[in-house]
Ligand binder design. Structure first.
Ligand code: ATP
Ligand code: MG
Ligand code: FE
Length: 337
């Protein structure tokens, strides 16, 4: 089965051809990072316009690299939720037109669930597992019992983890996008130079939840005294101390979830999974099998969309051409029905 996956939920215009749900024949990712850099963040209007310009070339290239004709495709999967409405609509509309012209099924998939599914492209992973989804817009800890069955155990109650990385980097003018830059700076810094606060949501109803807004504010407040020439206030130390807490709270929640459920398998996905310290800490979990994607499959890509979409298409589940974009999926907040 050959499935084309299309991803345009934010600032990556991506397409991939996946064979039999797992084999990556192509994975083309055109990023708009340079176009949004001067704004230090993604500008939705600019993002959707660029997707409109790029999408046909990106899809064409993904078919060429895969060495197939569009007529050989068995189905199309497209990220239709959550994300920027205008950006999602470009991918959804293009996918619908292509599916219609080829007479093949289309499935709209959840971008966030696809992030968490990405490790399945590289590993055979059994269910159930504790899922840790950490990206630019989401932070979720879930008990995952099937490809489309998850129970949200905890989530952020304010900022997403990746968002905190991006905002700290923006405030300190470290560069854009912030996650990778903080990760690199942190390698040369002392994680104990600053004792930033960690959220104290670890009781009762909130035991798996996290919060990043207090940590972010505490880190940003250090900027007042930042350039006073005192050596511990180096960018490296700020980055290392922030990153240490940001990742440690995630690991603590995951450990608690493992202990409470007895599930000794952890699967992580989303852009922050590219973080070297998070990867290190996941591998250090004792008596636990940890899985996370290769770097190219952590941030937004079409392969995870095609692969996750294949799970539906192979079961005969598809959408009709009334498929549209949904910008928010509230279910990723714990407690939402
Ligand atoms: P969502 O998937 O929630 O809709 P998104 O698509 O914008 O949001 P992703 O593409 O999954 O998010 O990931 C981007 C995020 O990952 C950014 O916040 C970025 O800073 C973060 N990130 C990327 N690399 C690293 C890294 N090495 N360390 C920490 N964070 C990172
Ligand atoms: Mg992006
Ligand atoms: Fe994403």
């Amino acid at each position: 089965m050959l499935v084309l996956g299309i991803e345009s939920s934010c600032d990556e215009c991506a397409a991939s051809v996946i064979k039999d749900g797992k084999i990556i024949l192509s994975n083309v990712i055109a990023t708009q990072i340079e176009d949004h850099k001067i704004y230090m963040g993604v500008v939705p209007e600019i993002a959707s316009r660029i997707h409109t310009q790029w999408i046909s070339g990106v899809v064409k290239e993904s078919l060429e690299i895969a060495g197939i004709e569009a007529t050989e495709l068995d189905g199309i999967a497209v990220a239709n939720r959550p994300g920027l409405s205008g950006s999602l609509l470009v991918g959804v509309s293009f996918a619908k037109g292509l599916a219609y012209s080829l007479g093949i099924p289309i499935i709209g998939v959840d971008h966030v669930k696809a992030h968490l599914y990405a490790p399945h492209l590289e590993y055979d992973i059994e269910y159930p597992y504790i899922g840790l989804l950490v990206s630019g817009g989401h932070t979720v800890i879930a008990k995952v019992t099937g490809f489309d069955q998850m129970e949200i155990m905890g989530s952020t109650i304010d900022d997403a983890c990746g968002e905190a990385f991006d905002k700290v980097a923006k405030f300190y003018n470290f560069g854009y996008p912030g996650g990778k830059i903080i990760d690199d700076l942190a390698k040369k810094g002392d994680p104990k130079a600053f004792n930033f606060p960690r959220s104290s949501l670890h009781k009762g109803d909130h035991k798996y939840d996290v919060s990043y807004s207090g940590l972010k504010t505490a880190v940003i407040n250090q900027i007042d005294q930042f350039w006073d020439g005192v050596s511990e206030k180096s960018p490296e130390n700020i980055a290392a101390s922030f990153q240490h807490i940001a990742i440690d709270v995630l690991i603590k929640r995951v450990q608690k979830a493992i202990k409470d459920t007895g599930i000794k398998r952890v699967v992580a996905g989303g852009g922050v999974t590219a973080n070297s310290y998070l990867r290190e800490r996941l591998l250090e979990l004792r008596g636990v099998n940890s899985y996370f994607p290769s770097l190219s499959l952590c941030t937004d890509n079409g392969a995870m969309i095609a692969s996750y979409g294949s799970e539906f298409l192979k079961r005969g589940i598809s959408d009709d051409l009334s498929l549209t974009a949904i910008s928010r999926v509230m279910a990723f907040r714990r407690g939402y029905p």
